[in-house]
Design a protein. Structure first.
Length: 457
């Protein structure tokens, strides 16, 4: 019976035990969840969360802040005098939401436990007993939460995600209490400015992929940074990416032990075209070639992916192997010449290549005149150049922020990637977005739209 009550109550809360309620200018989703430690957790996606030790009971209150309502935000902008009463409004909103949540939770636990009791016992009396016990359990938990309620928990919140930097930004919570008048004025000014900004940006056109363009995500030099897969996956979804092109150095030492790091590539949501960098071994290349949705290019091999013809070559050097003397730029030039020859052969065969890929820019420069666009990496910073014979060379920075080696620098290396927009019919570059994120421990983000000279109005 105890198992039926607990499991049924939990299922009921999971399925129907939440309410949507406005709190001031934001929309929230409030939910009760079983918990050993209790407390309150406020999720502010995508910034992170803060946890409060508000009570000690076997239930936790989860509050998800979904979005800032533009109508209510605009009302604050138009009538800033309302900000002084915002605190009372929020208290009323939370009170209404809590009452609604309590009623819905009672219905949820009773329904869940009763339904599971019927399924298990197949008799109404024990099923109703299970529902009654679930209600009594919830009431006892609520009474315990009320008895242990700690309003001062707001003075010692636990931050996670990007909000972990909040204490250093807004100051110590205890000093906020002692200097509340000053903070209230600053908060009013902050809310006013943010809502004005939201009102302006909400009228801007949202990003809508142009059906006349193909979108290529150029990444490079990930260097074993697992955060890169989350960034790439998010950009694939946000920009509706057609093809991902990786110009190498996905690994750091190219060992077999590192291969499992590559597994997320198959589920990024777009075809993945890859060439070997000087930190990627032949074992790395063999492992990637077996993953679904991955196209490994080497020795000038060309593939057609999502209507785009791409050819590439792997780096001729594997520098982590100290038993072999590095041959330097001459080896890179030879690899580039072989790639250029393969590109000309493709054109002669009637299957011209749209984009060439090489890891080292020294090799990439040898393709000048043989292809409209060539991509490279290796140097951990961006370069854009139209070479002597008309080929555009685009060098990407490190999408992994330099990997773990970034910890050796005084300041973290930034995370860099680019979205390339190509005309769907001609396959020529129309524009590109350079996306730059603050490195390890930083939370800045920049997106710059750039046009080639021939497309500038």
């Amino acid at each position: 019976m105890a198992s039926v009550v607990l499991l049924g109550a939990w299922l009921g809360l999971l399925i129907v035990g939440s309410v949507r309620t406005p709190v001031g200018p934001v929309d929230t989703n409030m939910t009760l969840r079983p918990s050993v430690s209790g407390g309150t957790k406020i999720n502010v996606s995508p910034l992170g969360a803060l946890e409060l030790r508000s009570h000690a009971a076997p239930i936790r209150l989860d509050v998800d802040v979904d979005r800032l309502d533009p109508a209510r935000s605009a009302a604050l902008v138009e009538h800033p005098e309302r900000i002084s009463g915002l605190q009372d409004e929020i208290v009323r909103d939370v009170g209404r939401g809590t009452v609604d949540l309590a009623v819905r939770s009672c219905v949820a636990v009773v329904s869940g436990a009763t339904a599971l009791g019927l399924a298990v016992y197949r008799r109404p009396r024990p099923a109703l007993a299970a529902g009654g016990l679930a209600l009594a359990l919830l009431a006892a938990s609520g009474a315990t939460a009320f008895a242990t309620w700690n309003p001062k928990s707001v003075l010692e919140p636990k931050f996670s995600g990007l909000l972990a930097g909040a204490p250093s930004v807004v100051g110590n919570a205890r000093s906020i209490v002692t200097e509340f008048d000053v903070y209230q004025q600053e908060l009013a000014r902050l809310v006013t400015n943010v809502t004005k900004l939201y009102e302006v940006t909400s009228t801007l056109p949202a990003y809508q992929p142009d059906p006349a363009t193909m979108r290529v995500l150029h990444v490079s030099d990930i260097h074993l940074n697992p955060a890169s897969w989350h960034i790439i996956g998010s950009l694939v979804e946000q920009y509706d990416i057609d093809v991902i092109i990786d110009s190498g150095d996905t690994m750091d030492h190219g060992s077999a032990a590192e291969n499992a790091f590559l597994d997320p590539v198959a589920d990024l949501g777009a075809p993945y075209v890859w060439v070997r960098g000087n930190h990627d071994s032949r074992a790395t290349q063999a492992y990637l070639s077996k993953l679904k949705n991955v196209h490994v290019l080497d020795d000038g091999r060309a593939v057609t992916v999502a209507g785009l013809r791409v050819a590439g070559t792997g780096d001729p050097q594997f520098t982590p192997d100290r038993t072999v003397k590095a041959q330097g730029d001459p080896a890179e030039r030879m690899a580039g010449l072989r790639l250029a020859s393969a590109l000309r052969d493709q054109k002669a065969a009637g299957t011209p290549v749209d984009i060439a890929v090489a890891h080292n820019p020294v090799a990439a420069r040898e393709t000048d005149g043989a292809v409209p666009l060539v991509l490279a990496g290796h140097v951990h910073h961006r370069e854009d150049e139209v070479m002597k014979f008309g080929t555009r060379l685009k060098i990407e920075g490190s999408t992994g922020g330099g990997g773990l080696r970034a910890l050796q620098n005084k300041e973290p290396e930034k995370v860099r990637t680019s979205v390339l927009y190509l005309d769907r019919s001609t396959k020529r570059l129309q524009a590109w977005d350079e996306i730059t994120l603050g490195g390890l421990g930083l939370t800045t983000a920049e997106v710059s739209r750039l046009l080639p000279d021939e497309n500038r109005p």
